[in-house]
Design a protein around this ligand. Structure first.
Ligand code: ADP
Length: 253
């Protein structure tokens, strides 16, 4: 909404009352957003400080005892390397959250083809079979190709991270929507957590997510991008059985 200056002269009581309500709503809205922003910045700096602290402790340890202890040397180098990777990923993801607000190049995108390509990328990288099925010929949507690829990437990467069993990816059409589903047979997600996993930095199991190089930002990014494309991303899941993530975007002729 655009900010407008208002003139309070010659207003009726009713009009003033209505303005007061609007004004108070605006203040609530701004306060909520400001608080969310503060929480986000505080989480982000905490998440960045942790790997920096770990790298620093290993560097100090190496300085004191690294030369005479090859095992410690090896362990430290591995830890520093993986923490640096984490930091890199975190910074990239934070930038990606910020960038989404800017205008991006928009085109017609074949979501079926994009999904199949992403599946193949993962199969090569992880030497793992992922089942892909396309159930309709024409799966065009309108959007930014790189961002849409990022969403599909996040969903498949999570399926790989949080399950060891078979993964099924499908692309289909329902009414005027193109639907991509990523189904795993992993640990599943408890009902209470299903909404929260789309929040920034929320992780069901912090330790597990850390081990797999997670940041807790993937699904938040997927949600922002999808909503900017007038779509929806959702999950249905049962603990112990697995999860299905559904990406739904408007079909574009
Ligand atoms: P992360 O970097 O931790 O994977 P995400 O935002 O991508 O962050 O996911 C948030 C959390 O949601 C994860 O930490 C995990 O607990 C849960 N999650 C996401 N995808 C799955 C899945 N396919 N199966 C089980 N849990 C999942």
């Amino acid at each position: 909404a655009k900010w407008q200056k208002i003139n309070l002269e010659n207003r009726s009581k009713d009009e003033l009352y209505e303005m007061e309500m609007t004004f108070n709503e605006m203040i609530d809205y701004l306060r909520d957003n400001f608080e969310k922003q503060e929480i986000f910045v505080s989480n982000a700096s905490h998440e960045l400080k942790t790997p920096i602290q770990i790298v620093k402790s290993y560097a100090q340890l190496l300085e004191r005892r690294g030369m005479e202890n090859p095992e410690l040397l090896q362990e430290s180098i591995e830890a520093i390397d993986s923490e640096a990777d984490r930091m890199k990923k975190l910074v990239e993801q934070l930038l990606s959250l910020a960038k989404n607000r800017q205008a991006q190049e928009m085109n017609r995108v074949d979501l079926g083809e994009l999904t199949e390509e992403t599946v193949e990328t993962f199969e090569r990288a992880y030497a793992r079979k992922i089942n892909f099925q396309q159930n309709a010929d024409d799966l065009m949507v309108y959007g930014n190709r790189d961002q849409l690829e990022q969403v599909i990437y996040i969903l498949i990467e999570n399926a790989i991270k949080y399950s060891n069993d078979k993964i099924n990816v499908s692309a289909s059409k329902l009414n005027d929507d193109v639907i991509i589903q990523v189904k795993d047979h992993g640990q599943g997600i408890h009902e209470d957590e299903q909404k929260r996993i789309f929040d920034r930095f929320y992780r069901v199991d912090k330790a597990r997510s850390r081990e797999t190089g997670g940041t807790g930002l993937g699904l938040a990014i997927a949600k922002v991008i999808t909503e900017e494309h007038h779509g929806e991303v959702s999950v249905s899941s049962k603990v112990g059985e697995g999860s299905t993530f559904t990406l739904c975007l408007p079909y574009r002729e």
